[in-house]
Design a protein around this ligand. Structure first.
Ligand code: CA
Length: 276
C-alpha cells in the first residue's frame, strides 16, 4: 500500500542559483522551494505515518546528483526502506551521505520510507551540483610525470583488472567543478606491442557519460602524442564506473591500449580531463 507520492523537482532556474521545489501528489501543489546549490537542505514537511514514497528528479542543464535523502521524525533519522530508478535498486546510493551519488537529471528516483508517528517531520536532501562547463583539467599541472611500466597486459573493458598491483603514481587531484577532492591513481603495463594504462579517478563520482580523458605520452622516436577516450571514442580504450577498494563510492575508470613499439621501463605522461 503506497502512501502519498511527493515529487521534488530540483529545478535550476538561473545558473548558478538553483531551486528545489516540493510538489505534493494529487493536486500537485508546490509546498516549498529553495536553492539547491547547497550541500544539504532540511525543511519541515507534513506527513502521515505509514509508507510514503517520494519521487525526485532534477531538471535543467546543470547536473546535480543525490547523495542522501532522509526523514527526521522528532529528530530521529528515518532512512529509506528502498529506492528504485529505472527498475534498478539504488538504495545504496541514496541511503547514506558517503559521496556515492545518484544521477537524477531527468531521471526520477522513487524512494520509499516507512514513516513512524511523530509530532514533527523534517525532510533532508543532500545533493551536489556540478558545473561541467569547466575547461580541461591537466595533471600534473606543469611538466610531465614519470611512471614505472610493468610487464603484462590489461583487459580493456572499463573494469579495473584484478591484481593490478601497486599503483605507479597517485595525485591528489581536485576536480573543482563541484566534485570532490580525492586521489587519482594510474598504472602502466607493456607487452612489447602495446602500452596499457588504467586511470582511476576517485574524485569523479558521477557517470554522466560526458567525461573525456586524454593521455599524453612520450612515444619512441616520435615525441609526445595524445590519445583520447570517452563514451564515443573507443579506439584507444574504454571508460567505466565502479566501486573499488580505493573509494567506497562508484567512480570513473579509464583503460587505455596504445600501440607502442618496445617495452619501456618508464613512461612520461600527462593526463587531461574534460567534461564535454
Ligand atoms: Ca579491465
Amino acid at each position: 500500500m503506497r502512501g502519498a507520492i511527493i515529487t521534488i523537482l530540483l529545478l535550476l532556474l538561473i545558473k548558478p542559483v538553483a531551486a528545489v521545489i516540493v510538489i505534493e501528489g494529487g493536486s500537485w501543489a508546490v509546498r516549498q522551494s529553495f536553492e539547491s546549490n547547497l550541500a544539504a537542505k532540511n525543511f519541515k514537511i507534513g506527513l502521515e505515518p505509514g509508507n510514503v514514497t517520494f519521487m525526485i528528479r532534477q531538471r535543467n542543464e546543470v547536473h546535480s546528483s543525490l547523495d542522501r535523502i532522509a526523514i527526521f521524525a522528532d529528530g530521529k533519522i528515518v532512512r529509506p526502506k528502498n529506492a528504485r530508478q529505472n527498475g534498478i535498486n539504488v538504495h545504496r546510493k541514496v541511503a547514506g551521505a558517503e559521496k556515492d551519488v545518484l544521477d537524477i537529471h531527468e531521471n526520477p528516483v522513487e524512494v520509499m520510507f516507512e514513516v513512524p508517528k511523530a509530532k514533527k517531520y523534517v525532510l533532508e536532501v543532500i545533493a551536489n551540483e556540478y558545473d561541467d562547463k569547466e575547461s580541461t583539467l591537466r595533471s600534473p599541472k606543469q611538466g610531465f610525470a614519470t611512471a614505472k611500466v610493468f610487464n603484462g597486459t590489461m583487459k580493456i573493458d572499463g573494469v579495473l583488472d584484478a591484481g593490478l598491483g601497486t599503483y605507479n603514481d597517485l595525485m591528489w587531484w581536485i576536480l573543482r567543478n563541484g566534485r570532490q577532492q580525492a586521489f587519482t591513481y594510474i598504472w602502466f603495463k607493456s607487452d612489447g606491442k602495446y602500452l596499457y594504462a588504467a586511470i582511476e579517478v576517485t574524485g569523479d563520482n558521477t557517470n554522466t557519460g560526458n567525461q573525456r580523458a586524454s593521455l599524453i605520452i612520450q612515444m619512441p622516436d616520435r615525441g609526445f602524442e595524445k590519445f583520447t577516450i570517452d563514451a564515443l571514442n573507443k579506439e584507444y580504450g574504454k571508460t567505466g564506473f565502479q566501486y573499488t577498494n580505493k573509494a567506497h563510492w562508484e567512480h570513473k575508470i579509464f583503460e587505455f591500449k596504445i600501440p607502442y613499439d618496445g617495452a619501456p621501463k618508464t613512461v612520461k605522461y600527462v593526463i587531461e580531463y574534460q567534461f564535454i
